[in-house]
Ligand binder design. Structure first.
Ligand SMILES: [Zn+2]
Length: 106
């Protein structure tokens, strides 16, 4: 593993705060009042579904990042959780919080 641990930590932390901001923004949007107009309500319902999806995805991503941070702490970062082989640096660079190698991800 030749990826710098400190760099990785920063990348993951940045990604994490970005996600937290996104999640907060979505949750604030959910809390906003709903309009009385029926056609607008329809649009809002559709928006809610999209928002709900983004919200869910962001939460999943956040969980993965938190787990990656833990793995970084206990030096199991970059090791596939399924086959215990080293995950390629290129894969980690593209997806810093993956916990499976390319073979196990498929
Ligand atoms: Zn694997």
């Amino acid at each position: 593993m030749d990826i710098n641990k400190k760099d990785l930590f920063d990348i993951l932390q940045n990604k994490k705060s970005e996600l937290l901001k996104r999640i907060t923004a979505i949750e604030n949007d959910f809390k906003k009042g709903r309009s009385q107009d029926f056609s607008e309500q329809m649009t809002e319902t559709e928006n809610d579904q999209v928002l709900d999806e983004i919200h869910h995805e962001a939460k999943v991503e956040l969980k993965q990042i938190n787990e990656a941070l833990v793995r970084l702490e206990n030096n199991s970062y970059g090791i596939c959780v399924k086959c215990e082989k080293t995950i390629s640096a290129a894969r980690l660079e593209a997806l810093p919080y993956v916990n499976t190698c390319i073979n196990c991800a498929q």
